[in-house]
Design a binder for this molecule. Structure first.
Ligand code: 1HE
Length: 269
């Protein structure tokens, strides 16, 4: 069954740099500045935050992609030139607020990556819970070459996906990684042929949306937080979270269905 998407209405349909479509439980948000390679301006950051704060109540999963040949060229560099230090801090904090809303918002998020996934584009990709890369995707952090530093939460999120050492290499030397390399070290979850990223992400979205909402919530909200805790604190939170998930009716019904032989077994893919 494929997801058929229709343009969002109301606030979500009115955003000028973000095209939002909805298909049942799936919301697809597409960065829509292809002439600027989807570079993230102040306005686009605001629109990303607005969209994720205002997802429909019945949304169960979101897919984020970029229009054109590139996912995202990072920060709109036109906006760096005029900033003083205080403005720079405020600017970075706006990105943090918007990007936290993606990672710690109400639904799992899947990013579709092609072409440039660079600078703030990689920071944006790192907020997603799953990443699907087309073979054209390439990953870089040109901040080092531009005389700046990551400011969109990359220092906190990217090392957790690829390690401090790889990120250091990218920033000090301008090293660029391919989609296959990124898959090899766990930055991306799936690599697919050119033009097939969105279809793959929508297929994954359907699977994710069919899970019990509380399980998805535990995975997206508890798991990254537990990873930041001491093992002892993490195990305590794990016990609470697993008891909450198990206590939910959806869990009871799903476990009962398996025991009654009405649910699918786990199979090798
Ligand atoms: C931009 C930006 C941008 C393109 N800000 N305008 N990011 C970077 O350092 C990456 C800079 N961009 C590139 O290296 C290349 O543009 C790409 C590899 C992404 C794409 O190359 P290409 O040949 O397809 O496009 P292009 O001709 O370079 O760019 C097309 C237009 O987009 C052009 O504008 P035009 O008016 O001349 O048509 C470019 O100027 C414009 N453009 N990228 C502004 N980034 C929160 S901190 C995050 C810190 C960072 O993200 S730093 C990394 C910034």
């Amino acid at each position: 069954m494929s997801v058929s998407l229709v343009p969002a209405q109301g606030l979500l349909g009115s955003l000028s740099m973000l095209r939002v479509e909805i298909g049942g439980p799936v919301v697809h948000l597409r960065l829509d500045r292809p002439d600027k390679r989807n570079a993230i301006s102040d306005e686009l950051v605001t629109q990303i935050q607005t969209a994720f704060v205002n997802l429909p109540r019945d949304a169960r999963v979101a897919v984020v992609s970029g229009e054109g040949a590139h996912f995202c060229a990072g920060l709109d560099l036109n906006e760096v030139i005029e900033q003083d230090v205080a403005e720079g801090i405020a600017h970075s904090r706006r990105w943090h607020a918007a990007f936290d809303q993606i990672q710690f918002g109400p639904v799992p998020v899947i990013a579709v990556l092609q072409g440039a996934v660079v600078g703030g584009g990689l920071e944006l990709a790192a907020t997603a819970h799953l990443r699907v890369a087309e073979t054209s995707a390439f990953f870089a952090l040109p901040e080092g070459q531009r005389g700046i530093f990551v400011g969109g939460s990359g220092s906190a999120r990217i090392p957790r996906l690829m390690g401090v050492s790889r990120m250091t290499d990218m920033m000090l030397t301008g090293r660029v990684f391919t989609a296959e390399q990124a898959e090899g070290f766990g930055l991306v979850n799936y690599v697919v042929p050119e033009g097939e990223g969105l279809a793959k992400a929508l297929a994954l979205a359907r699977q994710v949306a069919s899970n019990a909402a509380m399980s998805n919530y535990a995975v997206t909200q508890a798991l990254p937080r537990i990873a930041d805790m001491s093992a002892s604190d993490g195990l305590f939170v794990e016990s609470l979270m697993s008891a909450i998930a198990q206590g939910d009716d959806a869990a009871k019904q799903r476990v009962r269905a398996f025991l009654d032989k009405r649910a699918a077994k786990v199979r090798k893919s």
